[in-house]
Design a protein around this ligand. Structure first.
Ligand SMILES: NC(=O)c1ccc[n+]([C@@H]2O[C@H](COP(=O)([O-])OP(=O)(O)OC[C@H]3O[C@@H](n4cnc5c(N)ncnc54)[C@H](OP(=O)(O)O)[C@@H]3O)[C@@H](O)[C@H]2O)c1
Length: 337
């Protein structure tokens, strides 16, 4: 909790602290929030949700023991802020947002796979800001082969990203080339390192994790070893092939190994489609560029579905719509996967 007592001009004893989640009672990257509030001399704290986590919870009783008036007032907007954290600590799953840029007729690339650039510079600056708040960014091997992305958050000079996101590639057949940017700029991250504690890396570098099939892991040991020496982490997905459990298994593994809470997916229709079908996606973030392709062989944002009735489609709720220099930015919550 960033906290500066007495900066607003009112005596601190007359102030009420309104917070989204029960102030924590433990030392993590920073000291306990409850202790900071007690030390500041505040007399009333209102929060929107109890902390469900065994480790960090318990701050409310600490505050009460110090004579502070404490109340929990549920508020949907405030609870939404702590949803990803609560999902991680109660279900062992991260919150996943799929992001893409599309033409007005809903295509993310031409029939040949060309997609740069559908959205304008303003939209792309927004995407860098979104990346800078993520714990991990996932893409598919199709996108690596076509676009060779870097997937780092590049912000204006003087504004370092809040954290360094892990870059994750789904690549069952282990086709990723040594020469791609994600390999060439990789940096090792030891298992057990919570990603939120990683705020600096050697310039221009970030951890890269490649998720391959168990079969590829056993049959391509030379490539596994050489990529590992270059700082790439290779994870073998248990033999579910491309069925749904593999994606959920990786999502849980990212929580277990690195305490990943928020993931952004920047992939093509193949991976985005299977993530949606696996019911792992909580939000969509779409940028619409003012262009039409009108080509039925241009690429869709999500494949994998065969749906007869409109009611069987993924149901969404619009959370934000704004115009960005002629592009349109839309943010949706998945209501019914
Ligand atoms: N406009 C945009 O915002 C945007 C963003 C990203 C990409 N793109 C475009 O999208 C195109 C690439 O799309 P794409 O569909 O070919 O590639 P993709 O979605 O990036 O990757 C697809 C690959 O992911 C792997 N995969 C999919 N589901 C999986 C599962 N359940 N478990 C494990 N692995 C899984 C498969 O690898 P294997 O084939 O090895 O089995 C599959 O071929 C490019 O043209 C790119 O430019 C556009």
């Amino acid at each position: 909790m960033p906290w500066r007592a007495g900066t607003a001009g009112s005596p601190i004893a007359e102030c009420t602290a309104y917070v989204t989640l029960e102030p924590c009672g433990h030392t993590g990257k920073t000291g306990p929030c409850a202790d900071a509030l007690i030390a500041a001399g505040i007399t009333r704290v209102v929060f929107a949700r109890h902390d469900p986590h065994d480790v960090s919870g318990g701050g409310a009783s600490k505050l009460q023991a110090a004579g502070i008036e404490v109340s929990c007032t549920p508020c949907p907007e405030a609870q939404r802020v702590s949803d990803p954290f609560c999902r991680r600590v109660t279900q062992g799953l991260p919150s996943i947002t799929c992001k893409w840029a599309q033409t007005l007729d809903g295509k993310i690339a031409t029939r040949s796979g060309h997609s740069q650039w559908i959205s304008n510079e303003t939209s792309r600056r927004v995407v860098h800001r979104i990346r800078s708040r993520m714990d991990a960014i996932i893409t598919g091997i199709g996108t690596v082969m076509r676009d060779d992305p870097l997937l780092t958050a590049r912000l204006p000079a003087g504004r370092p990203p809040k954290r360094v996101a892990l870059r994750i590639v789904f690549d069952p057949a282990f086709d990723i080339p040594h020469s791609c940017q994600l390999v060439q700029t990789s940096c090792a991250i030891p298992v057990g390192t919570p990603v939120r504690t990683v705020d600096t890396m050697p310039a221009g570098r970030a951890p890269t994790i490649v998720c391959i099939s168990d079969h590829a892991y056993r049959s391509q040991t030379v490539k596994v070893d050489s990529l590992s020496r270059e700082g790439v982490t290779v994870i073998a997905i248990p033999e579910h092939g491309r069925t749904m459990p593999s994606l959920e298994w990786v999502a849980r593994e990212l929580v277990r190994r690195y305490e990943v809470t928020n993931i952004l997916v920047e992939a093509g229709g193949g991976l985005t489609g299977t993530l949606l079908k696996a019911k792992l996606v909580g939000e969509l973030h779409v940028f619409i560029g003012p262009r039409l392709l009108a080509d039925d062989r241009a690429i869709d944002p999500a494949r994998m579905f065969q749906i007869e009735h409109i009611q069987d489609g993924t149901e969404l709720a619009l959370r934000r719509a704004r115009v960005l220099d002629g592009d349109v930015e839309l943010k949706y919550r998945v209501v019914k996967p």
